[in-house]
Design a protein around this ligand. Structure first.
Ligand SMILES: Cc1ncc(COP(=O)(O)O)c(C=O)c1O
Length: 370
């Protein structure tokens, strides 16, 4: 079991605020659109007994396993970006993306609603449950023999090829940005705002001190932060969480520039298994993350068990490997006493987001039985 924490020397929220392009009219559009899709607010669950046991003020868990019946939060982003794409170009016939699972499931779900085709590229080693969830939405799934970053490149090439005849019938819905490809990932990030809008209403007057944000390419964390910096009148601390084997944000914060990583080890936190931070996300995260945490899989697995078999009085939460990693990092920090200081103490109100449920049911059962 291992944990590493990097304190971000670039931390400066004023710089982040300058990098943001937040328009209240966009938020209204996003909320209206999700309402039209039948969105139901996901629960915010307070774990009173666990917070006593861990010695913190309170632990609130936003449970995204309930989102749209898809077991993860991702459809908030993909659906909004796809609606914007179709509005711009009704000739789109095929949506294409690369995914570790949840984003592709969301694209396939929305493509079905829009009566369009979906082609989804997935990295080697993808769990069969995650492939089948996407196939159940009538999408074509191609599991490649390489990792996530290569899947993104292949999906991008496929769309460029598809559009060679000039009719624009293919659309790449990727949840990461790079130079020259930022419009769609930005719409995806805007789509995630609904989640934090719900949390803002659910916490009422409670003041949150610390938020754990698990990051793959960083789009989701950057979206949460952009919402808060524009809509709250105080700012909590933001801690990022990654698996050691794919901690591209931690390495970038350490290097003070975006770096690509390619480590040999693997992780069960499939949704976080990415080697490069999104360019758009980096603009926001580089100055707003105060500490960047890397953990081994053992901590997220411990958190999954804690949530699945709660202390008497707390509610049960079904959390997948990436979903439980925020709590995994909190447990890891508390176990290694040296991080128990001003920013994390017995008064801290902590927000954790369970970003997915048991998206790999076989692994989930194995882990909670351990
Ligand atoms: C369950 C889950 N949590 C968190 C993330 C991280 O989101 P992002 O890649 O935008 O950092 C993902 C990404 O796929 C995910 O599937």
């Amino acid at each position: 079991m291992n944990i590493d924490i990097i304190n971000n020397e670039m931390f400066n929220l004023d710089e982040t605020k300058e990098a943001l392009n937040f328009y209240p009219s966009d938020l209204i559009d996003v909320l209206k659109f999700h309402k039209s899709l039948g969105n139901i607010q996901t629960p915010l669950i307070e774990l009173n007994e666990l917070s006593k046991e861990l010695g913190v003020g309170s632990i609130l868990v936003k449970d995204e396993s309930y989102r749209f019946g898809l077991n993860a939060f991702k459809a908030l982003g993909a659906s909004y970006a796809m609606k914007k794409e179709i509005e711009k170009n009704p000739n789109i016939e095929t949506f294409c993306t690369a995914t570790d699972g949840n984003h592709g499931h969301a694209v396939a779900w929305m493509a079905q609603k829009l009566k369009r085709k979906a082609i989804i590229y997935m990295p080697k080693g993808t769990a069969i449950d995650r492939v089948n969830a996407i196939k159940s939405k009538n999408a074509e799934v191609i599991v490649i023999d390489e990792g996530y970053d290569s899947a993104v490149e292949i999906a991008n090439r496929k769309v460029i090829q598809g559009n060679r005849n000039g009719n624009g019938s293919w659309s790449l819905i990727q949840d990461t940005a790079w130079d020259g490809y930022e419009k769609i990932p930005l719409d995806i990030m805007k789509g995630y705002w609904t989640q934090m809008d719900e949390v803002t209403n659910q916490i009422k007057d409670k003041k949150i001190d610390l938020i754990f944000l698990q990051t793959g390419v960083g789009s989701w964390a950057a979206s949460i932060i952009s919402y808060i910096l524009n809509n709250w009148d105080y700012y909590p601390l933001f801690f990022s969480v990654e698996p050691f084997s794919a901690n591209c944000l931690a390495e970038s914060i350490k290097a003070k520039k975006r770096v690509k990583i390619n480590k040999k080890e693997s992780t069960s936190m499939a949704g976080l298994d990415c080697g490069t931070v999104s360019t758009l996300a980096w603009k926001i995260l580089k100055n707003s993350i105060s500490s960047s945490i890397s953990i081994t899989d053992s901590f997220t697995e411990e958190a999954m068990r804690v949530l699945s078999k709660p202390i008497k009085g707390d509610s049960k939460i079904v959390a997948g490997e990436s979903g439980a990693s925020g709590l995994g990092a909190l447990i890891a920090l508390i176990k290694s006493n040296k991080f128990y200081n001003n920013s994390l103490n017995e008064n801290s109100n902590i927000l954790i987001i369970n970003t997915e449920g048991d998206t790999d049911k076989i692994n989930y059962k194995r882990i909670i039985k351990d």
